[in-house]
Write a protein that binds this ligand. Sequence first.
Ligand SMILES: Cc1cc2nc3c(=O)[nH]c(=O)nc-3n(C[C@H](O)[C@H](O)[C@H](O)COP(=O)(O)OP(=O)(O)OC[C@H]3O[C@@H](n4cnc5c(N)ncnc54)[C@H](O)[C@@H]3O)c2cc1C
Length: 453
Amino acid sequence: MPSIRIVGGGLAGCEAAWQAASRGVPVTLYEMRPARPTEVHQTDRLAELVCSNSLRGDKLDNAVGLLKEEMRRLDSLVMRAATATRVPAGAALAVDRHAFAHEVTQAVTGHPLIAVVREELTGIPPSLGTADPVIIATGPLTSPALAASIAAFVGQDYLYFYDAISPIVLAGTIDASRVYRASRWGRSLGPQGEPAGPACGIDDGEGDYLNCPMDAGEYAAFYDALTHAEKATVHDLDRERFFEGCLPIEVLAHRGVDTLRFGPMKPVGLPDPRTGRPPYAVVQLRQDNLAADHYSLVGFQTQLKWGEQARVLRMIPGLERAEFVRFGMVHRNTYINGPTVLRETWQARQRDDLLFAGQISGVEGYVESAASGLLAGINAAALARGDAPRPAPRCTAIGALAYYVSHASAGNYQPSNITFGIIEPLPSPPRKAAARRTATAERALAALADWMR
Ligand SMILES: Cc1cc2nc3c(=O)[nH]c(=O)nc-3n(C[C@H](O)[C@H](O)[C@H](O)COP(=O)(O)OP(=O)(O)OC[C@H]3O[C@@H](n4cnc5c(N)ncnc54)[C@H](O)[C@@H]3O)c2cc1C
């Protein structure tokens, strides 16, 4: 009798187990807690929410609301448990975290076709053929031994261990009179935002970056504030063991007064048109969304407390009145390079019987993790029954997420939440944003109904 092995009893693993078992396929679900805890989980329950108790917006006019509705229609266990344990939170879906995890744990352990084994798997389970697929759903805090096995499978360069997030500011709050546009050495970015080779041509004088120039005095004051600012207390996650490539700016600053000037604040190749010379130091801002109303600070990942970030970063010329859309962060997050490793069905490109789901597959967020588990579970069940796995339509939120993970630019891959921006565009979209979102949601739900049939 074919069966499915699922590693990780979090949001993705439980949803996958539920979907597969609901299709009559036996599942063995391996969960290492409580024998081996993670740095963040606090209980032995399955599907424990590690931080916020919010599953975010619940209306069809936002993308995560649409994703949730699609999941409900696909009989999602996570959505069912969330509805049963909902607490008041306005337009968002928030839950009583203990009741939620209890609900999922009861449903999974009580299912006659699911066996839960409390054990850490230290390697990717070997292949027993496509009728006995494996789903890896061990999340952002995958145990080190299994992470090493995954790195060996996907290639060392395609498994990441940290998310380093730079702050984002609202474009309209940048003082345009203090900043100048230029790309280093006059090079533009490629069409996907990748660093361009010479083929992308000489800067047309506009440049792709906004540059905030500092003189020696401004740099000294900024350096002093940065090195004395208060750091956030993070979870006890390998606090000091960051990758060299994504060191927080305050960690770099503590290495020496000029380290930032030779790193993210390097001015060479960026002459200020007002002086014709490169400034003493520079902070670069890069457009962060298509609407061009968000700009991120390049290479400025930081763990300063949010209030401190605002205070210190507003010392940067041009950002004196900046409003922050998102503050910087660094946290442990184990995930694969989805576009290199995965197909749209959540199967590994190199191994038909191996699927990835949840945060480790390169999605971001509770709901997205559960959604990827849902499709991985459906597709693993198809394999077990000898059917071909099927991707969901790209015009649905759940299908768009799979398409993004398997087709985004691999060069600088970043896990993503679901957004309307990654859903297939409408052929003739209404002009007004609200009407566009409604039309996108209606089309998605109709396409999902067809797909389910
Ligand atoms: C600190 C932190 C805070 C976060 N906060 C939020 C938030 O507020 N909102 C949000 O939407 N998202 C948040 N996320 C991101 C993400 O959505 C959640 O981590 C989510 O739980 C991911 O679901 P998952 O099923 O992929 O992983 P998890 O829910 O973490 O489940 C993975 C399971 O696998 C188990 N496991 C790991 N290794 C092994 C092994 N070798 N053998 C057997 N079992 C194993 C773990 O014990 C765990 O139970 C946060 C992530 C982190 C790290």
